[in-house]
Design a protein around this ligand. Structure first.
Ligand SMILES: [Zn+2]
Length: 58
């Protein structure tokens, strides 16, 4: 067996992810941390720097 690099475009899991970048003004980092006040509300996305509710480190 050989491992050949494949670029799959029909990955169903990839389509689940929306493009959400950090909403901090001027920040162009990837917003990997989502925060929503309620489930009805659309979550806002923040990078690790600007995430206001860090679950780690105090
Ligand atoms: Zn940011």
């Amino acid at each position: 067996m050989s491992m050949s690099p494949e670029s799959r475009t029909d990955n169903p899991a990839a389509s689940i992810h929306e493009n959400h970048w950090c909403e901090h003004p001027g920040c162009s980092k990837w917003g990997c941390y989502g925060f929503a006040r309620s489930k009805a509300e659309k979550p806002t996305w923040h990078c690790s720097e600007h995430y206001p509710h860090k679950p780690f480190g105090r």
